[in-house]
Design a protein around this ligand. Sequence first.
Ligand code: NCD
Length: 310
Amino acid sequence: MKLSLRHLLSVRDLTKRDVELILETSRSFKGISERDIKKVPTLRGRTVVNAFFEDSTRTRLSFEIAEKRLSADTVNFSISGSSMAKKGESFIDTIRNIEAMKPDIFVIRHSQAGAAAQAAKLIHGRVVNAGDGQHEHPTQALLDLFTIREQKGRLKGLKVGIVGDIAHSRVARSDIVLFQKMGMEVSVAGPATFMPFGIEDWNVKVFTDVRAMLPQLDVVMALRIQRERMGEQFFPNEREYARFFGINQAALHEAKESLVIMHPGPVNRGVELSTEVIDGPRSVILDQVTNGVAVRMAILYLLLGDTKEM
Ligand code: NCD
């Protein structure tokens, strides 16, 4: 079975069947990371370039580990130390030059929305968007979805709430579209300045009080405040944010016992979530990280691999 697309740029491009295929394939790849020898020959002889024009910890390591577990040859490009940083080479010229070395797949992160899509037009191989500005982060949304299904055993009809900086978050944008595609009901909560322009058209319930939203939810996703994408006028005070929108034990008082708590990382302890909640029994934040490797293995395999070799 194959995906209906050549590049993974946006969750909007995925059919429901594509999503099911990625979830199923991720499940079979998850076991590889639990073995003693964590490697299969699936992508032997394929070259993957991880081109990170913006900082990353989890996403970059997760892709690299996924690629190595599939036996691909991996090369990492990061902006610091490159000719882009020191010699003013443009993004497009940088991509063209890497492309001239004939990699099979590019994993691209960039601070500009649309960067991965722009690169896809120049590249013969495949492109995976690993986060473009505040636009999309499709592999994060897929690993979030996988984690929710693993926890809940189903997707359709689940109520998910996303809390915090919706306006500047590519995770929120990809999560909302993907979760709705799979039949989940999405609500958001956060200060008015963190709500994007046009949110009325997103088909989400908007709460200005997180405590009013929490009791209804099966899953809650807290987001980091994206300071690097905003001016100071948006966000005066972390303590104030924590008081009204931070999730601690008291805020969870009326939440369902089975509520699952998620965060894409990096977490600011004591701001969007309290330490006891991050390390508590409802938190699946590290499961998200574990699952990220399996989901990225599945995506790379489905975009590149030969089904016969699995
Ligand atoms: C997010 C990102 O970079 O988009 N992190 C991630 O990839 N797991 C969210 C963030 O930076 O807050």
